[in-house]
Structure formats: C-alpha cells, structure tokens
Design a protein around this ligand. Structure first.
Ligand code: UGA
Length: 441
C-alpha cells in the first residue's frame, strides 16, 4: 500500500520505518529540511534501539522515502497519517496547530479519495476538526473528492518503540465507515496474523482510549508514589508492599514501581490535557488533577532527602548524578525528574557531576554553559571528588556497580536512589548509607 506520514518525530518515524519493513511503500514528510536531508543519509535524530537499521535498509530499497514537499507527499499516499506534535498549551490543553496545518495541506492538494489517519495523541473531537478543515479547503478549491478521517492512536514506549510496533498488544481503529475499515485491516494485516489485534470502534472512543490508557498508567505510578511516601512515614518498605500487592492478579506486577516521578513526552502532557478536556465539558477531573499534583511533588523527593542529609546546607557541595533521561534506553530529557533535581541543587548552591549513557548531548543542549554542571564521560568519573551519589534513571549499567569504589570515591558515604535499585543491607556492608523511595526517611 502507499502511505504518507506527516511528521518524522518519534511516532512518525517509527510508524513509517515499520510499515516499510513489512513491505508497504512509505513517504515521510517533514518541514525540517535539515532533518530530512539527514534521514535520507540514514542519520536518525533520536536514540531508539533497532530503528536505525530498518530506516537504512528500507531507504536503500526505496520503500521508505523522505520529502519536504507537501504536494508530493499528499499525492503519494492513499493513506495519510498525521503524526505531528501536539504540545501542551499554557492551560494544559493539547495545541492542535500542527495537526490542523497538516489537515489544511491535505485539503489543498488532495484530488482523489484518501483516508486521513490521526496518529498523534489528540483530544476527543479532533477528527471532526480535521474533517472540517479538509472539507473547507476542498470547497475553496471547488474539488468534491471523498475522504474519511480515522483515529488510530499509537501505544509505543520510547526505548521499545520498534518492538511495540511490530508486536502490538492492540491496534485501535476508530471509524464509523466501511471503506477505511477494509483499508486499515489490509494495512495492519502483517501484525495481525496469529491473533486478532485490531479493535474497531467509533472515532471518539478511539480518541479517548489513548488518553485513558496513559492516564491509567500514570495513576498507577502516582498511587504507588503516594503509598511509598506513606510507607516511609510508617516504617514500612514499599518494595515489600509492591510485591505483596502485585501478586494479586487483579493488580499485577506491571507498572507499579515507585520512583522520583514520571516524565517523558506523554504522561505529563496527556494527564493535563485530559483534565483540561474534562474542564471544557464542565466536569472536574479530580483524580487526574491529583495524579498530576502527586507527580509534581514526587520530583522534589530526592532533593528533599539530599537536603535533609546535609542539614539544609548544600552550598558548595558536589553531587554525583547517575541517569539524566526520563527513563532508560532513551536520550529523551522531556519532563525528566533529573531536571527538577539539578535545578533545585543549583539554586541551593550545589554543583552536579552527571553521567548518562545516552542523554548527555540532550542535557548539554538544554543547559548550555550552565554553571555547576559537569558532564562526565563515565559513571566512575562522575563520582570523583563528589560528596554523594544520586540515581535518577535505572539504566542497566547502574544496577550492579562497584560499591567499594563508590564508597572510596565520594566524601560522604551516602547513596540516594530514586529508582530503588539496591538494598540497604547490601550497601551497609560497604559502609554506605542508603536513602531510596518509600524505604525509610
Ligand atoms: C508511555 C506509555 O507507556 C506508552 O504506552 C504510550 O504509547 C506512550 O507513553 C505515548 O503516549 O506515546 P513512554 O512515555 O515512552 O510511554 O514511557 P513509559 O515507559 O511509559 O514511562 C513513563 C514514565 O513512567 C517514566 O518516567 C518511568 O520512569 C515512569 N514509571 C514507569 C514509573 O515511575 N514507574 C513504573 O512502574 C513505570
């Protein structure tokens, strides 16, 4: 099938590369000429395991093409995916300007039947806006071509996006008409061979499903963080509690890890946007607001622990920081808890020696010439001359470090762990004190 994808960000690029990988012909369009030039040479703008090889070989085979030419892009595909960004507006609602700009372009250049597919995370009702925008443009041109607008939200996790696309838990397709249903069934057939994974539903339910999934996951995390904070005060260990409740199949072990707060481009934005949508429909989404509030304050927990340990005097202290990205296997720093921690430390007069396996370049871009920030080539270098160690991201290489070396390198024998990677007794054997989440104040 011939497919056009607008937007070569996370979602667009992974979708395009994976669809080309199974044999479809894909054209990815982006307004950023530099990005498109680099992609044509196989240079990927993000770190995502497994993405580079499939972009490269599908580009070489000609199944995956890149363009900045809107007219060419619209003409190319029978299916037109909109996968551009929906940043948060000041009031928390999703800003649809990029989505509607693409819809406008489609309307300006379309001359035959197309299925327009919303892949971006968009508020309920967006498909109607996309439809209206395209209709107006067609009318202005005096063209009477038919088209359908479908909601097909994505459920990729950064760091596992290619695997998630290739082996989806489900594929949600929101459409009320038969023609796009047949086309999308064919499109996704290669991912659907052993189990029926495509769930057809009405457009609005599909749009809401995406928000509900992320909001539910974010709720699980904020819930666990709240119980962790309570466990600290009650002298309980959240890790025991986690295992204790996870064993109930109705609760399950997945996604109940407490930590220093959720980050990334999705949960913070989507929880806010859902609360905002609720507000617009005169409904007070109290739970969503609470999930967000708990998460915002959770990002301060590590700082509070460090500050408490040093009796509120962090001036002149140096903190070794392991992990900058919002989670492992990505270089994404959006809404990362490490940023809140670093900014609080700098404000308190401390400096940071940081290491991350992938996110150093991103950090440099966000904090160019930041006094009090030193990016170190290895995790061991970050320890040198530091007063204490703090962990913000659970990269695999932090799981079994040389504790003897840590104890010898840092001035105060103390580790603050925002991801509960270790065990107090184990660290105690090396003379290290251990402060984690939900495991004692
Ligand atoms: C999330 C969803 O998991 C995807 O299903 C969804 O498609 C995606 O958003 C999206 O809307 O595009 P992602 O943001 O890549 O994916 O990252 P997650 O793996 O979900 O992690 C989000 C945050 O939650 C991270 O900061 C992570 O550290 C935190 N987390 C996760 C916890 O604190 N505890 C957990 O138990 C799990």
């Amino acid at each position: 099938m011939r497919i056009t994808i607008f937007g070569t960000g996370y979602v667009g690029l992974v979708t395009g590369a994976c669809l080309a990988e199974v044999g479809h012909h894909v054209m990815c369009m982006d307004v950023d000429q530099n990005k498109i030039d680099r992609l044509r040479q196989g240079i990927i703008p993000i770190y995502e395991p497994g993405l580079e090889p499939i972009v490269s070989h599908n580009t070489e085979s000609g199944r995956l093409q890149f363009t900045t030419d809107v007219a060419e892009a619209v003409t190319f595909g029978d299916l037109q995916f909109i996968a551009v960004g929906t940043p948060s507006d000041e009031d928390g609602s999703a800003d649809l300007k990029y989505v509607l700009a693409v819809a406008g372009s489609i309307g300006e250049h379309m001359d035959e039947y197309k299925v327009v597919i919303d892949k971006s995370t968009v508020p309920v009702g967006t498909a109607d806006k996309v439809r209206n925008t395209i209709s107006e443009k067609l009318k202005a041109r005096g063209v009477s071509t038919e088209f359908d607008v479908v909601s097909n939200p994505e459920f990729l996790k950064e760091g596992a996006a290619v695997a998630d696309f290739m082996k989806p838990d489900r594929i949600i397709v929101g459409t009320e008409t038969e023609r796009p249903r047949e086309l999308l069934r064919e499109l996704y057939y290669p991912f659907n061979r052993n189990h029926e994974r495509v769930l057809f539903m009405d457009v609005r339910s599909a749009e809401l499903t995406k928000y509900a999934a992320n909001a539910m996951l974010a709720t699980k995390i904020s819930f666990m963080n709240e119980i962790a904070n309570l466990a600290e005060r009650l002298g309980a260990d959240i890790e025991n509690v986690r295992r204790g409740i996870g064993s109930d199949p109705r609760i399950g072990y997945h996604f109940i890890y407490p930590g220093c707060g959720y980050g990334g481009s999705c949960f913070p934005k989507d929880v806010k946007a859902l609360a905002r949508t609720a507000h617009e429909y005169d409904y007070d989404a109290r739970l969503m607001n609470a999930v967000e509030a708990v998460n915002n304050s959770q990002k301060y927990v590590l700082f509070d622990k460090v500050s408490h340990y040093f009796k509120g005097d962090l001036n002149g202290k140096t903190v070794a920081l392991w992990g900058l990205s919002f989670k492992p296997k990505t270089d994404d720093m959006r809404e990362a808890p490490s940023r809140v921690l670093m900014e609080k430390l700098w404000a308190a007069g401390a400096s940071v020696q940081a290491f991350d396996p992938e996110a150093m370049e991103e950090t440099q871009k966000i904090y160019p010439d930041q006094p009090g920030l030193q990016l170190c080539g290895t995790k061991e270098q970050a320890l040198k001359g530091a007063d204490c160690l703090v962990i913000c991201t659970e990269w695999k290489e932090f799981r079994s470090p040389d504790f003897e070396q840590i104890a010898a390198a840092i001035r105060f024998p103390v580790v603050f762990d925002g991801r509960n990677l270790y065990d107090e007794q184990m660290l105690g054997r090396y003379g290290l004190s251990y402060y984690a989440i939900g495991r004692g104040l």
